[in-house]
Design a protein around this ligand. Structure first.
Ligand SMILES: Cc1cc2nc3c(=O)[nH]c(=O)nc-3n(C[C@H](O)[C@H](O)[C@H](O)COP(=O)(O)OP(=O)(O)OC[C@H]3O[C@@H](n4cnc5c(N)ncnc54)[C@H](O)[C@@H]3O)c2cc1C
Length: 309
């Protein structure tokens, strides 16, 4: 049986591992950080294409991923996987054309903007609770016969018929790619106060979003280009709480549970590409969850070019 080594145990590496196992490959995942320690674990995480290019590919990968997440949400495992479909609204300061990813969202509809905004649209988006979804994905890898091992690598491993590089920001080193860089995101996690709808305000440089989960709510955010710090900043948290309470007044006074920071692996364009026996899949910016299954399908096809030759 052909053997694939997947480097990286974030949402991208685990989704690739599942697709490769389903295609009948033997798969070993190795990673410095285990699933709940990755950037993926910090993600809000709802289906929304943010800071990822090229737009045509991201829309196509996103569309495929939406379909898979909808299936998971509707299936018997939906609750255990932590995937829930939620309606929500994006508000905009100016009257705007449809977003570039509209083709992936058939139910996108214009709605009356709230006071202070000029435009708004609503759609149903899969909300993915990463603290449940990542362990569920990891369990899927293991139940299909794959392994997940902690290993800090200084280079992509020589073993395996194919190596999948899903190391996110680690590709700066492992793929010698200076184009990958961090876009720091800080979030505040607060208690659930009875919210079901998500909100996004596209107000300029600071993304503001409210993502309700079953037991808590993720509030964001920031997009600090080139910033490597994973330490939460108090003033930033205060700004997030203020901005999100303006968007959704029910959040005023909600009890803060946690502060988190993650480094989005940004790149001018997502790299899904085969170079010999290495298949690269990294640079998903703020949309790794949003495009995960679409990219995993493509990685499995690229691996097949080598393994089925
Ligand atoms: C605050 C915030 C909010 C976000 N919200 C959303 C959202 O709502 N929707 C969405 O789609 N996306 C969102 N994102 C983006 C999303 O989190 C990322 O795009 C995604 O997590 C990237 O996944 P990944 O698997 O490529 O990388 P990671 O999750 O970073 O995983 C990389 C893996 O590679 C391993 N690795 C790296 N270097 C090495 C090495 N040298 N040796 C061995 N292993 C190594 C790591 O240990 C890790 O296991 C958000 C991000 C942040 C920070």
């Amino acid at each position: 049986m052909s053997r694939v080594v997947v480097v990286g145990a974030g949402v991208v590496g685990l989704s690739c591992a599942v697709r490769l196992l389903e295609a009948g490959r033997r798969v070993d995942v190795v990673a410095r950080d285990l699933p709940l320690e990755t950037t993926s674990a910090v993600a809000a995480a709802f289906w929304y294409p943010y800071r990822a290019a090229p737009h045509d590919k991201v829309a196509a990968w996103g569309s495929r991923t939406r379909a898979v997440l909808e299936e998971i949400a509707a299936g018997a495992d939906g609750e255990r996987a932590g995937v829930v479909l939620r309606d929500g609204t994006e508000v905009l300061p100016r009257v705007s054309p449809d977003p570039w990813w509209a083709s992936a969202v058939p139910d996108l509809r214009r709605v009356e903007p709230p006071r202070g905004y000029a435009d708004a649209w609503s759609f149903v988006s899969p909300v993915v609770e990463m603290p449940r979804y990542l362990p569920w994905l990891a369990a899927r890898v293991e139940s299909l016969g794959g392994t997940i091992t902690r290993m800090n690598l200084s280079a992509l491993p020589p073993g395996g018929d194919v190596v999948v590089n899903a190391t996110g920001i680690g590709s700066r080193h492992l793929a010698s790619d200076p184009e990958v860089h961090p876009v720091r995101g800080q979030v505040v996690v607060v208690e659930q106060v009875g919210l079901e709808r998500w909100w996004v305000a596209d107000d300029g440089p600071l993304p503001t979003y409210v993502v309700p989960r079953s037991r808590d709510i993720v509030l964001g955010g920031t997009a600090d280009e080139g910033d490597w710090s994973r330490t939460p900043v108090e003033e930033t948290a205060a700004s997030i709480l203020r901005r999100t309470a303006e968007l959704e007044p029910a959040l005023a006074g909600a009890r803060v549970l946690r502060h988190k920071v993650g480094l989005r692996p940004a790149r001018p364009s997502v790299r899904v590409e085969r170079r010999g026996r290495v298949v690269h899949c990294y640079g998903h910016g703020g949309a790794g969850v949003t495009v995960s299954w679409g990219c995993a399908d493509e990685v499995a096809s690229l691996a097949a070019e080598v393994l089925d030759d």
